[in-house]
Design a protein around this ligand. Sequence first.
Ligand code: PGA
Length: 242
Amino acid sequence: MEVIYVKDYEEMSQKGFEQIKKVMETKESPVVSLNTGGTPKGLFQYLVEAINQGLDISDATIMSLDEYIGPKDAVYTVRNFMNQRLFNNIEQQPKHLFLMDGSTDDVESEIKRYKELLATYPRDIQLLGLGTNAHLGANEPGTPFDTTMFLAEHHESTIQSTMKEYGITREEAPTEMLTLGLKEIAEAETVLLLVSGKHKAQAVKDLVEGDVTPDCPASVLRNCENAVVIVDEDAASLLTKE
Ligand code: PGA
């Protein structure tokens, strides 16, 4: 795992975007799996600008890390985020867009469908954010490292983060999510984790300096040579060594 230290959210977003851009520019049929939430908003802006200025995504496949269980048009869905922050803002569209369906009545079939896509379209890069409890996707603490795509229940801290991020009440907030498992996350050719903010500092400390253990799901990346973590100063503020 390589850790890159940057000043702030802006620099994290820019450096993260450069990694995505490199994949888009160098791979013949790039497969890019994105995430959502507060962390990648800046990266998405860079991506929109670049695509509108000619970055070619016509052979690209876009996938997603996870999806909340709920109506497709709910304010918190990954689908909604991707549309609002990316696809509605660009003329050129990717060759394939494969999102999970969190409105399905048949979770098992949806997992099977998406796993087949993962097998057919190996990801060149997987973008990630870090939970305040060090989760990746919806792999909450305690999830075994060899887990594959499943229906996860959120821990309370994750529900609170979703409520804050989308300005919704506890009753409105989703409590379950389809998510790639830690095994699949680590299997992407490059695994790119972006982290910004003081509220992530303990999770970063656990990730970088703590034990490699399912209690800290992100620590699965510690022994991954393909993992790049971009951390800003606030998120790195509890580290004893830099
Ligand atoms: P955030 O969420 O980007 O909104 O901070 C990250 C996460 O909880 O996975």
